[in-house]
Design a protein around this ligand. Structure first.
Ligand code: NDP
Length: 321
């Protein structure tokens, strides 16, 4: 089959389109013909070696497709089922081995590209607002990168609950997308974000800051958050946050800071299905609109990574074999 392979860590150019042996299904696994693979920022951290991974490897943890074979002990899925996954390594490929334990049925009416990019970003938004800090209607929160994949989903889910969402974005086009998703106020990074947030919240600050941008925004997140509020640092699109002195949380307002990862919020099949089905069902019934900001041929994975890292993308982006 054709796949993208990384043989040494580095820039987007290390994503090579190659011929590799077809994968063989084993016990507890599904063999899936990939219809689309979701691209996530974490794929860039792994590619550069920031998150250590042995080479060679096929990138991509997320996708959707049709089951073509099932392992001997698989009972929940059969050949022909449409499935999606967010924890199956090797998704930038024409065929993927998906452990049945992480496969999610795709509801009718959810197309392959949407299904391929819904789960990783969607379940991240889900755990951030259900399990880390669940804002109440009327409360204000800060969401960085408001026009990105996670950002647009967070904004829609929160604003539909009556939460006041303040976002940050870098361009006019992204501002429009963020407002259309339900943001009440959209800020740029170059101003004093915390001062603007304080102004907008009568000096109080936001109940929670959801920060996937990291290095360039973390200080603003801390300074924007109200007494006893929550700062959820869930990524570092601008780079990792330097070491942090916990004593600083005291004068800042007895703040909570967490650095979560999706795997710890999908610890068993029941928790995975709760989050995945909530997201898939919200898409299927039209309450959550997932924006596919770019669809690239599989062979163009390097260009897709360039665009993601170059802040040229909006919403979710996918590769199509
Ligand atoms: P996005 O679509 O949000 O892309 C990243 C965005 O970050 C860019 O579009 C850009 O938006 C903004 N950004 C700000 N500064 C920079 C910079 N210096 N370089 C590049 N981008 C920058 O990506 P995802 O939705 O895939 O992921 C968002 C974040 O969530 C990432 O940090 C990712 O690692 C994290 N994540 C964490 C998970 C977890 O469980 N911890 C799971 C899934 C994702 P703008 O131009 O508007 O600033």
């Amino acid at each position: 089959m054709r796949a993208i392979q990384v043989s040494e860590h580095g820039g987007p150019e290390v994503l090579r389109y190659v011929e590799v042996p077809d994968p063989q299904v084993g016990d507890g696994q599904l063999l899936v013909r990939t219809e689309a693979a979701g691209i996530n920022f974490i794929d860039t951290y792994i590619r550069t070696g920031r998150y250590p991974t042995p080479v060679p490897y096929i990138p991509g943890s997320e996708g959707s497709g049709v089951v073509t074979a099932v392992g001997a002990d698989v009972t929940d899925f059969q050949v022909g089922d449409r499935v999606a996954w967010a924890a199956g390594p090797g998704s930038y490929a024409e065929q993927v081995i998906v452990p049945a334990a992480v496969a999610i049925p795709v509801p009718d009416g959810v197309n392959a590209e949407i299904a391929a990019s819904a789960l990783l970003q969607g379940m991240t938004a889900h755990y951030l607002i259900e399990s880390i800090y669940k804002p109440q209607p009327g409360e204000a929160v800060l969401v960085h990168a408001g026009a990105g994949g996670v950002g647009l989903i967070l904004t829609q889910l929160l604003s539909s609950r009556g939460v006041r969402v303040i976002t940050t974005v870098s361009t006019d086009d992204k501002e429009k997308l963020s407002r259309d998703a339900g943001a009440s106020e959209v800020l740029r990074y170059d101003g004093d974000i915390a001062a603007r947030v304080r102004e907008l919240t009568g000096g109080v600050g936001v109940a929670a800051a959801y920060d996937g941008v990291g290095a360039s925004t973390f200080e603003a997140s801390l300074a924007s958050t109200r007494i006893r509020g929550m700062v959820a640092l869930f990524g570092g699109a601008s780079g990792p946050v330097p070491p942090f002195d916990l004593q600083r949380l005291n004068p800042l307002g007895s703040l909570f800071v967490t650095r979560p990862t999706l795997a710890h919020y999908t610890r068993d099949r029941a928790e995975l299905l709760w989050r995945a089905n909530d997201i898939m069902n919200a898409i299927a019934d039209g309450t959550l609109h997932l924006r596919i900001g770019g669809s690239y041929p599989l062979a163009d994975a390097a260009q897709a990574h360039r665009d993601l890292e170059g802040r040229k993308t909006t919403g979710s982006i996918v590769l199509v074999p």
